[in-house]
Ligand binder design. Structure first.
Ligand SMILES: [Zn+2]
Length: 325
């Protein structure tokens, strides 16, 4: 067994151990003496009610924390879970939930976009991609290579399977190596391995979307994302160490692997997935007014610009992984 396999196994055992430790004493067991159950409810917790839920002293592990339509499941102690995506318009705002062992915190992605009727004109009002140094990091990064599978269940029939897999792999390379037109060198991100097709599903609920429990397998899959979302990535981490990430790509009519000649309201598949890999590798959104960067939360239609990293995107990845000299 290679060192990398051993490390991956150790990581998954850690997760399993934590899950087991937190489920030894279910909250329901405490009411066995006949007293009123001090921990009623197993439903979702709106982000505004989280502090009160923490004060109740009940275990919140496995409960969903919701912020508007999106939700993230409270992880075992020591772990964090986050979701973030990219859209055609509207609001795209990520959510991170951390279980420190003594408290549970939820943090909104502060650079998330709120935009209506986004068009290509927004890109003209922003600095050019190679002049915009804006970068935001989520916090964790990969210490070893990101190994992933692709699940093509739910892929729209109009998209070719081989083309889709090819673009998912190219998109991974775009982000991982820092492909750019700004003259910046290749990044030293740990090597990534495409492990082939799988029947395992990303641990992401499409409605919402929601980030669930997670596991040791990283899966890219397809689903019906709401509200103009083109992609959504959930990632699971321990402090600064990324442990897993899944990606859900929208199966609606917006994404195309080849932009049509007379293009309106179509978005580039490879560019969209490049953005999502950015989340998987640890990048957060660039914020509004930075519409030529790949990590802008709202992707402009009818362009392949997001396939190459802007200066800020490259700088963010370089801060985490460094580059070749
Ligand atoms: Zn995003």
């Amino acid at each position: 067994m290679s060192p990398r396999r051993v490390l991956a196994l150790a990581a998954s055992l850690t997760v399993a151990g934590l899950v087991a430790a937190t489920t030894v004493t279910p909250a329901s067991a405490r009411s066995a003496a006949g007293a009123a159950d001090p921990c009623p409810g197993s439903g979702a917790i709106p982000i505004g009610s989280l502090a009160a839920a923490v004060r109740s002293g009940c275990s919140l592990v496995g409960r969903m924390v919701t912020d508007g339509r999106i939700s993230v499941m409270v992880p075992p102690a020591g772990m964090s879970v986050a979701g973030d995506g990219v859209g055609t318009h509207g609001e795209v705002r990520g959510l991170t939930v951390t279980n420190t062992g003594t408290t549970v915190r939820a943090v909104r992605d502060s650079a998330g976009a709120v935009s209506l009727g986004h068009t290509t004109s927004a890109r003209r009002g922003s600095p050019p991609a190679c002049k915009d140094r804006t970068s935001n990091l989520e916090g964790p990064k990969w210490k070893t290579g990101l190994r992933y599978h692709v699940n093509l269940k739910g892929l729209p029939g109009r998209l070719h399977q081989s083309k889709v897999v090819k673009q998912i792999r190219k998109a991974n390379g775009n982000m991982r190596t820092g492909r750019n037109t700004c003259g910046k060198p290749r990044l030293r991100t740990p090597a990534s391995v495409y492990l082939g097709r799988t029947k395992a599903k990303p641990d992401i609920g499409a409605g919402g979307p929601s980030c669930r429990k997670g596991n040791s397998q990283n899966v890219v899959g397809f689903g019906n994302l709401p509200g103009g979302l083109l992609g959504w990535t959930c990632y699971w981490f321990f402090g600064s160490r990324m442990a897993g990430s899944d990606m859900l790509i929208d199966n609606g009519p917006n994404l195309v692997t080849n932009l049509p000649k007379n293009c309106t309201n179509k978005w580039d598949f490879e560019g969209t997935v490049t953005h999502e890999w950015g989340h998987a590798y640890g990048l957060a959104h660039s914020g509004s007014g930075h519409d030529n960067l790949t990590m802008q939360a709202i992707l402009s239609p009818c362009s392949t610009y997001a396939r190459t990293l802007g200066l800020g995107d490259w700088i963010g990845m370089n801060k985490m992984y460094g580059h070749r000299h």
